[in-house]
Design a protein around this ligand. Structure first.
Ligand code: ADP
Ligand code: ZN
Length: 203
């Protein structure tokens, strides 16, 4: 067979960073563009993360895109056959088989875009993200803004000290974005803008 007629190679893109760093926004942006170009797109997220909706990926800025809930990485293979582009959010909850699943999809010619937390709330690498980063063709590291000092924030700080489990799904009531210095110093969380009576925040 003429090589020019065989399917083009696929690849893996990883979007990683702390909570609120814009991983989901960036994932949605890339997937929307693919949909606009009429590519066949399948989008997945773990069932564990049903904070906003069971059948959509929703960013903290409330952008959304329809998605399919799955229990673990192997479920993706059931729905991926026809897809040209695969989007996966909250990858850190999809288990140790995710890198092998992504490899298989990319090897079969698909563009695989994976977003996930690279560190847990203790600042430790969040499996299986390190392995995914090692095998990806493209890596985007997103940063939030430290809520204490305004520096680039690459850590997720858990504001409730008496919860020790690695996985506790939550939002601003449990987690905030901090730079490494404010993460280590454990400085008190700032009061929300409304309580402080200050002007509305700009993004
Ligand atoms: P992630 O998927 O990385 O958790 P999202 O894409 O869901 O992030 O949300 C990013 C949005 O979160 C920003 O556009 C902004 O509206 C909001 N946000 C809340 N807190 C912060 C912060 N400390 N720094 C930057 N953005 C923040
Ligand atoms: Zn800081």
């Amino acid at each position: 067979m003429d090589e020019a007629l065989s399917p083009a190679s696929g690849w893996i893109e990883v979007i990683c960073g702390s909570m609120y760093s814009g991983k989901t926004e960036e994932l949605i942006r890339r997937l929307r563009r693919a949909q606009i170009a009429r590519q066949r797109v399948e989008i997945f997220k773990p069932a564990i993360d049903a904070r906003y909706a069971a059948d959509q990926i929703v960013s903290h800025s409330l952008q959304s895109i329809p998605s399919r809930n799955i229990k673990d990485a192997r479920d993706i293979l059931q729905y991926a056959d026809e897809a040209q582009v695969i989007g996966i959010d909250e990858a850190q909850f999809l288990g140790p088989e995710l890198p092998a699943v992504c490899e298989r999809l990319a090897n079969s010619g698909k563009r695989v875009i994976v977003a996930g937390l690279d560190q847990d709330y203790l600042g430790k690498p969040f499996d299986p993200m390190p392995e995914l980063l090692a095998i990806a063709e493209y890596i985007t590291k997103t940063l939030a803004i430290c809520v204490v000092c305004g520096a680039p924030a690459n850590r997720t700080y858990r504001t409730v000290a008496d919860v020790a489990a690695r996985v506790v799904v939550g939002g601003t009531e449990l987690y905030e974005a901090r730079c490494r210095r404010c993460y280590e110093s454990k400085a008190p969380s700032p009061a929300p803008p409304s309580a402080a009576g200050g002007p509305a925040p700009h993004s």
